[in-house]
Design a protein around this ligand. Structure first.
Ligand code: ADP
Length: 155
């Protein structure tokens, strides 16, 4: 099937996107025809930044990368994959705690949708301690986040 595109979804909250996310995305781009960065908009999850703002930052960061699109979704990630024709879910792995968490999600997703596979990229060593929640903590306490987020993330 020559016109079957190889599409991956990178789901997350991206509240806000960090340099750790960006490093994973940049390494994934050559592997796929299209990479959809999918911002999960779950009503029950508390967030710091409005979803449209999170989307705009990511679009700005990747404005010169035609393979990347940014979308907002709610509901199950595997349902979003089916809707978009994505055969892969991309996730980043930092630590063994990430691994255990991601393992159960990936295994359950596979039960729900056997045609979708989850692929993991190990984070760059220097970004292992970086997380959106730590960035939010720094913001709340008036610290400087410029080392941890791309310059497009302007509060
Ligand atoms: P979620 O709320 O789904 O965990 P996040 O935005 O926190 O959403 O994370 C999205 C994905 O990015 C996850 O796979 C997460 O493991 C990965 N990730 C988060 N921070 C980093 C980082 N510093 N380096 C590599 N991957 C990361």
């Amino acid at each position: 099937m020559p016109d079957m595109k190889n599409i991956a979804v990178f789901p997350g909250s991206f509240d806000p996107i960090t340099k750790g996310h960006v490093a994973v995305i940049n390494r994934a781009v050559p592997l796929f025809d299209q990479l959809i960065i999918a911002i999960g908009d779950n009503a029950d999850k508390k967030h710091m930044f409005p979803v449209e703002k999170r989307k705009k930052w990511i679009e700005d960061i990747f404005k010169n990368e035609p393979k990347i699109t940014v979308e907002i979704y709610n509901g199950l990630t595997v349902e979003f994959c089916k809707k978009t024709g994505a055969k892969f879910i991309l996730r980043g792995l930092r630590t063994s705690a990430d691994f255990e968490f991601e393992r159960s999600i990936a295994q359950v997703n596979r039960r729900l949708a056997p045609e979708v596979d989850t692929l993991f990229i190990l984070t760059e060593a220097k970004y292992t301690p970086v997380s959106s929640s730590i960035v939010r903590d720094i913001i709340r306490n008036g610290g400087d986040i410029s080392e941890f987020v791309p310059e497009e993330v302007q509060l």
